[in-house]
Ligand binder design. Structure first.
Ligand code: GAL
Length: 411
């Protein structure tokens, strides 16, 4: 037993008693005054790295240390990628005192967290409001306060909280209360609120990231449970079809995001090898226009230069992290052409001209349509080039599944 476990057990002995969640624990109505103010916890979309997309259930302590090392040596940390997040499968067993231990692949979480912090990075972890995580490991149901305290003792800065086995309990509750239209939604919100409260009571600032695949519009209630971000979709995979379905499917959600509260269309697949460079540029461009959290999910130890340049492009990151904190949206779609805009600070606008078709093609945009009837100064993000003043219509040739990403400002 290490010092962390002793501290956590001491916490339990001073009288924290937690019962399992039951349907009877109804959701309290959310009044404006009850909404926790977490606007300063993640004032900009969080950036970092997460183990799941590449390492999945094989992840080890050594992989996390290596990711931390490579975030520094590749320049990713200095570009803004600071969270190092362990996803599912770190958990071991809960002992008789209710303390959850990490498994043999993670011999000492506090030491790992310390290592990550010495690199100028932040440390993230994963759990579930259910009894089991999606990979079948121990979840936090009935142990929310114990677990939040342990995270604080470990120095955790970010928690991804994934619905997983709570869905089974929700199905049972629905079967028992078929006439209650909101039974599953209320149950889910109560479970997420419980951990949100526990995190805020833990004595440490921990970014709270909801993962429940966009069920029941979390963008409408995420802030009320103390979340800084919430997944809006099912899982991404390293394919253009899936990435573009998710990314282009985000139209209409812009008004639910803002400084401190972010829609999360899932983590990045850039560098995992199954999309072309143009497709990865589309991925990065869409996520930047969407003010999405940027959590890289590749094996940083094997990252090639093209992927590194995409992930660290200063202008793309600048769009994502823009001070105005306004998410972008679709301007129009016309066949294979999809045009998205995002208002930026300083009266500028980011414009993405996407070619979703199978052949390269010209795409034109009337500058008046993006608010610059009198002409504008353009910068091409991926060519890393100022294009100078333009008026009327701007036209570019865009490769298949590619994008021209522009920053448009006053002339
Ligand atoms: C999924 C989640 C993924 C990953 C996985 C781990 O539910 O959406 O991002 O966390 O579980 O088991």
């Amino acid at each position: 037993m290490n010092t962390t476990h002793i501290a956590v057990i001491a916490g339990l002995l001073v009288g924290v008693t937690i019962g399992s969640w039951t349907h009877a624990a109804a959701v309290e109505p959310t009044s404006q005054s009850k909404i926790p103010d977490v606007s300063q916890v993640a004032p900009k979309p969080p950036m970092g790295w997460n183990s799941w997309n590449h390492f999945a259930g094989r992840v080890t302590d050594a992989d996390i240390r290596s990711a931390a090392d490579f975030l520094v040596s590749t320049g990713m940390r200095d570009a803004g990628y600071v969270y190092v997040n362990i996803d599912d499968t770190w958990q071991g067993k809960r002992d008789a005192h209710g303390v959850l231990h990490s498994n043999e692949r993670f011999p000492d979480m506090k030491a790992l967290s310390d290592y990550v912090h010495t690199k100028g990075l932040k440390f993230g972890i994963y759990s579930s409001p259910g009894a089991r995580t999606c990979a079948g490991y121990e979840g936090s149901l009935g142990h929310e306060v114990d677990d939040a305290r342990m995270y604080a003792a470990w120095g955790v800065d970010f928690l991804k909280y994934d619905l997983c086995s709570l869905r089974e309990d929700m199905k049972k509750a629905k079967a028992e209360h078929p006439d209650d239209a909101d039974v599953t939604k209320n149950m889910m919100i109560a479970a997420y609120r419980k951990m949100g409260d526990a995190l805020r009571g833990s004595g440490r600032t921990i970014v709270y990231s909801l993962c429940q695949y966009g069920v029941d519009q979390p963008w409408t209630w995420g802030p009320s449970v103390g979340a800084s971000l919430w997944r809006t979709t099912g899982d991404i995979s390293d394919s253009y079809a899936r990435m573009s379905k998710i990314g282009f499917g985000q139209a209409g959600l812009a008004r639910f995001a803002g400084a401190g509260h972010w829609n999360d269309p899932d983590m990045l697949e850039i560098g995992n090898g199954k999309m072309s460079e143009d497709e990865y540029r589309t991925h990065m461009s869409l996520w930047a226009l969407l003010a999405a959290p940027l959590l890289a999910g590749n094996d940083l130890s094997k990252m090639g230069e093209a992927d590194r340049r995409i992930l660290t492009n200063k202008d793309a990151i600048g769009i994502d992290q823009d001070a105005l904190g306004k998410q972008g949206d679709r301007l129009y779609q016309d066949g294979d052409v999809d045009v998205w805009t995002r208002p930026l600070s300083g009266g500028r606008v980011a414009v993405g001209l996407f070619n979703r078709g199978a052949n390269a093609r010209e795409i034109s945009i009337e500058l008046a349509k993006v608010g610059f009837a009198g002409g504008a100064r353009l910068r091409d993000v991926w060519k890393e080039k100022d294009l100078g003043p333009h008026s009327g219509t701007f036209t570019d040739t865009v490769p298949t599944h590619g994008v021209a990403l522009l920053i448009v400002g006053s002339p």
